[in-house]
Design a binder for this molecule. Structure first.
Ligand code: PLP
Length: 480
């Protein structure tokens, strides 16, 4: 692609501004004045529009193509949710903190309050804070709540237990919150080995963090027993519900025995995500942890007015400013209201059905290390293709040439050459069939013409990048 500077013609202009009729500003100090012109591209408006429009078309998005990035839930998000977020935009909840401000934003406070109640209902928790700004932030907040709970009881606990099939953020968040990590390996049935878990437990364990379904897309058959064992040691159970889209309306983590849950609004509840945009990771807790929740808390007084509680002595403090990412909350609220109970159940059923459909159809072509009914995603291995010198990354690059965002590769770490596919509930059978055909073509090509996979992608402005370097040294020349 041509760079905007290469289109530059001296003297060419996109807009001409009339001569200023505003008195000139006082002169800037000599030292701050530019000594040479800024060297901006000089182009017509049309050249500029084409440049940025073409740049934007290099972006990959759910609005343009199928995006089966496992664990990330890149589903289509209805545009009506964006409308809802725009409607609320003028009512910034920060007004609630101004003197008498609460009366000017009852609608915003009420929305946050209702959303908390709905999420508490969906997860089986007693109260929810909507403050955390992402899934990992929710985890850290949740572990800090657990830490405060134990400290209030005079217990100095040292460890957090995580299965090796948990999301990588789990051990990271628990470490940041000050705990040492005990990792439990996965049993052949695809989740934490129950016997090794028993051995890992002691009175010094503060919490057990379960990603559920785990990163293999599997639901732990022993989840209730794990909760009971943990509780018998005085440990609390943490549920990583980033991918609640697999179980919503089917199972409430609180009913199973979990004490703390976070959910990713930007995966399950209708916010487009990817590209590092804003998210939200509300945290729900059982009664015993309510005193420690972040403040301010939104409460309803006897007259039905929403009020802020700002002086709760045991609170861990603020998790975020401005009640969290407010716009994301509006989208989630609209999403839940729009779909209703039956709709949310249908989301989970369809997400799970779609993942199992892809799993069954691709099973003859790729190794499936944990061959059982999956939840919202399935994890293959490219081990068979590796025999021809083709890695998971080569299959991923091949898919790009065919117009697909690759599935997640090399995650989870416990599967060699992992290919993790999450179709989400919003894809049609026709869209999935077309993707499956390309995955089958990739598997066949690995056998017949492996070099073709190693050469991919051929259709992109750049081919294979040093991904670490590309992320750290972003430079416009990459597009040259
Ligand atoms: C995405 C994800 C997270 C982290 O969420 P962020 O919003 O990216 O911080 C945690 N756990 C699981 C299982 C996830 O899929």
């Amino acid at each position: 692609m041509e760079l905007i500077y290469e289109k530059s013609v001296p003297g060419r202009r996109g807009v001409k501004l009339p001569a200023s009729d505003v008195p000139p500003a006082p002169p800037l100090p000599e030292g701050l004045l530019r000594t040479e012109p800024a060297g901006l591209a000089e182009v017509s408006e049309l050249d500029l529009v084409r440049h940025f429009t073409n740049l934007s078309r290099l972006n990959f998005s759910v609005d343009t193509n199928f995006y089966p990035l496992g664990s990330c839930t890149m589903k289509y998000n209805a545009k009506v949710l964006e409308n809802a977020a725009t409607l609320f935009a003028p009512f910034h909840p920060m007004t609630a903190l101004l003197p008498g401000g609460g009366e000017h934003c009852q609608g915003s406070l009420g929305m946050l309050y209702d959303l908390g109640q709905m999420l508490a209902d969906i997860t089986g928790m007693d109260e929810v804070t909507t403050q955390p700004l992402a899934g990992a932030h929710g985890e850290m907040t949740g572990i800090l709540l657990i830490s405060a709970y134990h400290r209030a009881r005079g217990n100095k606990k040292k460890y957090v237990v995580v299965p090796d099939s948990s999301h990588g953020t789990n051990p990271a968040s628990a470490t940041i919150a000050g705990y040492e990590i005990v990792t439990v390996p996965t049993a052949p049935y695809g989740d934490m080995d129950l016997e090794l878990f028993r051995q890992a437990m002691s009175d010094e364990v503060a919490a057990v963090m379960m990603t559920c379904p785990n990163t293999l897309g599997l639901f732990n058959p022993h989840i209730k027993e794990i909760c009971d064992i943990a509780h018998s040691f005085g440990a609390l159970m943490y549920y990583d519900g980033a991918n609640l889209n697999a179980i919503m309306g089917k199972v409430k983590p609180g009913d199973v025995g979990f004490d703390v849950v976070h959910v990713n609004l930007h995966k399950t509840f209708g916010t487009p995500h990817g590209g590092g945009g804003p998210g939200a990771g509300p945290v729900g807790v059982k009664k015993a942890l309510i005193p420690f929740l972040p403040q301010p808390r939104i409460d309803m007084d006897d007259e039905g007015t929403f009020v802020l509680q700002t002086s709760r002595p045991d609170s861990i403090g603020r998790a975020a400013n401005f009640f969290g990412n407010f716009g994301i909350m509006v989208r989630a609220y609209a999403y839940i209201i729009m779909l209703g109970r039956e709709g949310l159940i249908q989301v989970s059923e369809q997400a799970v059905l779609n993942a199992n459909y892809i799993k069954e159809r691709l099973k003859p072509y790729y190794d499936l290390p944990y061959d059982q009914t999956c939840m919202h995603e399935c994890v293959f291995s490219a081990a068979r293709q590796l025999a021809h010198g083709v890695h998971a990354i080569d299959i991923a690059k091949f898919l790009i040439d065919r117009g697909y965002h690759p599935p997640t590769v090399y995650f989870p770490l416990i599967v060699k050459e992992a290919i993790m596919i999450e179709p989400t509930e919003t894809e049609s059978k026709a869209a999935m069939d077309a993707f499956i055909d390309v995955m089958i073509e990739a598997a066949r090509t690995a056998g017949s013409d492996p070099q073709a996979l190693l050469d991919a992608p051929l259709t992109m402005p750049v081919s294979r990048l040093d991904e670490t370097k590309a992320a750290r040294e972003q430079h416009v020349c990459c597009l040259g």
